[in-house]
Design a protein around this ligand. Structure first.
Ligand code: ADE
Length: 226
């Protein structure tokens, strides 16, 4: 999979891809991340990428031309299944979205800044608008990093144990059950006995029950759907 990220602050996006699981996925050749600085697509000397909004009002708007140049160049080189715009008024990112995006070959992610992008960018280039939650960030970069992480960990071979992404919270609209590791007792706090019983069908049933109880207590909204 290849992900092209378009941004005005490329530095923010360096570290998420230089550590841990994401770095390993890149090194293994399972994913390519290409970061494009929008200022490289500006023809004037001032490197202007934003301007005042028509009709007046506070805040600058990202101009269409550099974005068009960058997206059009990428699209001339390969086919992209989605051109995603990170914005607080987009559709909320959920596990299902990450699952389906992880099946694609090439994605473009555009990070918004200031008051956002000229609406014509959204109308003519963007195929999907995503938000990572109902709060406003200073730019779409951190949202893009969150989106990439949620997608990349689902690509086969990225996680050591193939089943571990399938048992994540949200994969079946349930939160994950509690997990424990050694020691079996710490300061008198014991691991549930069932987990050390070796009775795997019972352990599985216990986990399902815990996942359901946890979801009911913490996220009852997940159980109401469908
Ligand atoms: N840009 C600014 N706020 C954002 C959010 N909540 N999600 C995605 N992109 C954003």
């Amino acid at each position: 999979m290849r992900i092209d990220i378009i941004t005005v602050v490329p530095d923010i996006l360096k570290s998420p891809f230089e550590a841990s699981i994401l770095e390993r996925a890149i090194k293994k050749g399972l994913v390519e991340i290409h970061i494009h600085n929008l200022r490289d697509y500006v023809s004037d000397n001032y490197k202007q990428i934003d301007d005042y909004q028509f009709g007046g009002g506070a805040g600058m708007v990202m101009m269409i031309e550099p974005i068009d140049k960058c997206i059009s160049k990428l699209k001339s080189e390969r086919d992209y299944q989605e051109v995603i715009y990170m914005t607080p008024d987009g559709e909320r990112l959920e596990q299902k979205t990450a699952n389906s995006l992880s099946l694609h070959e090439n994605l473009i992610i555009l990070c918004g800044h200031y008051k956002g992008v000229d609406q014509r960018v959204r109308d003519h280039f963007i195929t999907k608008e995503l938000s990572i939650g109902d709060y406003v960030l200073s730019g779409g970069e951190l949202g893009a990093a969150v989106l990439c992480d949620s997608i990349i960990r689902l690509i086969p071979g990225v996680l050591g144990n193939e089943t571990s992404a399938l048992t994540d919270s949200f994969q079946d609209d349930l939160l994950a059950p509690p997990v424990y590791t050694r020691p079996a007792e710490y300061k008198g706090w014991k691991v549930p006995e069932i987990l050390t019983s070796g009775n795997f069908p019972k352990i599985e049933a216990w986990r399902e029950d815990q996942a359901y109880k946890r979801t009911k207590a913490l996220r009852p909204d997940l159980l109401k759907e469908d």
